[in-house]
Design a protein around this ligand. Structure first.
Ligand code: NDP
Length: 449
């Protein structure tokens, strides 16, 4: 890994000291600082006003107890988090993650990334993130509802359409947003649609929001292909995960003429050389909340399920990691490069380890970081907020066209900024610098707050 600029190294050392044990947060900060050397050389005012040091310290961090009663009558205790990271550009905006691995370091890494991602969308939204170490797997609907109600009973006092607007992430989809919104409405006696996004269509949600992150990632990858005078047509694609982001990434790749040959969940991956049967995948994952192995069972002998080994061993032209952080390591990157993969776009947040990202850049493979490639989800959340504010609802076609235009614009900003700062074609530098400068300029204008 190249050394950091000296002044940025001091900031990084301070982050390590002030946030012990939060390795994912350290990684996310380091990745941004790695790009900022040329920026502070050109604009020393960002250092003088301590903009970067202030950016690394969340404006507010809330940790709370979430007590609830399971179906057997036992009292369960989880921990809830909301990190309101930066509101220079607008109300805090970012999803809630329910997964047993959630702790403060994960919420801070996600919240930190969200600042730059939201800035890149060009929309008036700040950065935040939240969640709980609650594990929804195997829980009944009634247990999920009671958990969500208890979670919101604390969270409601910290959020609002002009303050902080949560949405979904891992383990939080339409069902959970429904229970959360119901409890918010009940406690506050306000039908404040703009307080949460990812709502159902009949009660304030937006068309294309469920599809937005996956579709947006594929629109971004399409732009990367266009740079090389290529398209998805006839391409073999591997997508990790089989949740919200992955499923709609599969759908859009197939619409654009590519073939997705492998998907996964935390228990393993399946390979279907004929192309993933999307109707079957949705039935298993969305309707039954089942496991990916059931796909292989349903297809009989033509589809392999592997518990062991990495999905990245499956040869492909394009890889879209859409499951979770650090799921694609240096060894996986080497395998992808060796197998001739030329495009990697992150649908998940920080799925590639730093050494994997470094290897991609060295191999001249086109590599797009999540803060650019998966920004379509939050951008469409901002479109949902617009519709809520104007009491309007747009058609699917109109909303999808807006999403596509936003992704094109982010792609353009990344490349233009990378070029301006002497790193042509480097999406990581472009995304970090373009996202950073917009927030940093707003912070300068708003004074020391
Ligand atoms: P979901 O909960 O819908 O799906 C997550 C998927 O990833 C599941 O298939 C899950 O498998 C798999 N997964 C989770 N952890 C692991 C692991 N440790 N190893 C292998 N597979 C794993 O979440 P989303 O699809 O919403 O989110 C996926 C990623 O996209 C996350 O990084 C999220 O932060 C990011 N993202 C999501 C956005 C959104 O709008 N939803 C917006 C922008 C980014 P299993 O079911 O077995 O756990």
């Amino acid at each position: 890994m190249p050394a950091l600029d000296e002044k940025l190294q001091d900031i990084y050392t301070e982050v390590l000291e002030r946030n012990p044990g939060e390795s994912e947060f350290h990684q996310a900060v380091r990745e941004v600082l790695d790009s900022l050397g040329p920026v502070v050389a050109k604009h020393p005012q960002y250092l003088d006003a301590a903009v970067i040091r202030r950016l690394c310290e969340p404006e507010r961090q809330i940790i709370f107890r979430v007590p609830w009663v399971d179906d057997a009558g036992n009292v369960q205790i989880n921990r809830g988090f909301r990190v309101e990271f930066n509101s220079a550009l607008g109300p805090y905006k970012g999803g809630l993650r329910f997964h047993p691995s959630v702790y403060l370091g994960i919420v801070k890494f996600l919240g930190f990334e969200q600042i730059f991602k939201n800035s890149l969308t060009g929309m008036p939204i700040g950065g935040g993130k939240g969640g709980s170490d609650f594990d929804p797997k195997g829980r009944s609907d009634a247990e999920i509802m009671r958990f969500c109600q208890s979670f919101m009973t604390e969270l409601y006092r910290h959020i609002g359409e002009y303050t902080d607007v949560p949405a979904g992430d891992i383990g939080v989809g339409g069902r959970e947003i429904g229970y959360l919104f119901g409890q918010y409405k009940r406690i506050t006696n306000r039908y404040e649609s703009g307080v949460l996004t990812g709502k159902g269509l009949s009660w304030g949600g937006s068309q294309v929001r469920p599809e937005a992150t996956g579709y947006g990632t594929v629109f971004f990858a399409e732009q990367m292909l266009e740079q090389r005078n290529e398209s998805f047509d006839g391409k073999r694609v591997v997508i990790s995960g089989s949740g919200n982001v992955a499923i709609y990434a599969v759908e859009k790749v197939h619409q654009l003429g590519g073939t997705v040959v492998a998907v996964s969940d935390s228990s393993g991956h399946i390979i279907d050389d004929k192309g993933i049967d999307l109707a079957l995948l949705k039935e298993i994952k969305n309707d039954r909340r089942g496991r990916i192995s059931e796909y292989a069972e349903a297809k009989g002998g033509s589809v392999q399920f592997s518990e062991a080994g990495s999905i990245w061993q499956v040869p492909c032209d394009i890889a879209l990691p859409c499951a979770t952080q650090n799921e694609l390591n240096g060894a996986d990157a080497r395998t992808l490069i060796k197998n001739g993969c030329t495009i990697v776009a992150e649908g998940a947040n920080m799925p590639c380890t730093p050494d994997a990202a470094h290897l991609f850049t060295k191999a001249n493979l086109a590599f797009a970081p999540g803060k650019a490639a998966n920004a379509g989800g939050v951008a469409t959340s901002a479109l949902e907020m617009q519709q809520n504010a104007s009491r309007d609802s747009w058609t699917f076609e109109h909303t999808e066209a807006r999403l596509e235009a936003i992704m094109r614009n982010i792609h353009h900003r990344c490349l233009e900024t990378a070029e301006e700062y002497g790193a042509p074609g480097d999406y990581v530098a472009g995304a970090n610098i373009a996202g950073f400068t917009q927030v940093a300029d707003a912070m300068l204008a708003l004074g020391i707050v």
